[in-house]
Design a protein. Sequence first.
Length: 178
Amino acid sequence: MAGNFLGTWNGKLVCDDFAGYKAGFEKGMIEIGCMAHARRKFFDLHVANKSQLVEQALRSIGGLYEVERQARYMSDEDRWRIRQEKAAPLAKILHDWMLAPRDLVPNGSAMAKALDYSLKRWVALMRYLEDGAVPIDNNAVENQIRPWALGRSNWLFAGSLRSGKGAGPRQNADHRES
């Protein structure tokens, strides 16, 4: 389905680990990992366990986001420079930290899953460092599509096409079907 939507487009795609994108990557689309998805694995684990080990990952990822806050209004070239100067060293520390405990935690554990998600996708997660025009995550897009994602199951049972359209988010509040 993703392939049908994206068609022959062949650019950089900031995304999670959805299998539907894999064929596009094989055809030359460039995968940029979403740091928010990687962070979420550690955040959920921290909420469940209050682990100081996991807290370290969250602090490190937070450091990467702090660099992004500093670079928010910079040109792409200046953003690339600050990422090289500040974020790249933080990313190396984070990667080294992730490698260290991985062999110590049991396979299949929540900690192993959080570590494996990021380690498996590390190259894609770090591609944002190479291009100042590429975001660290896809939160901006996810925030825009959230109304549709949340409403999807509700609209499924709206009763009719007209009811479903009426229940859905409005692009133009002044437009009403009669």
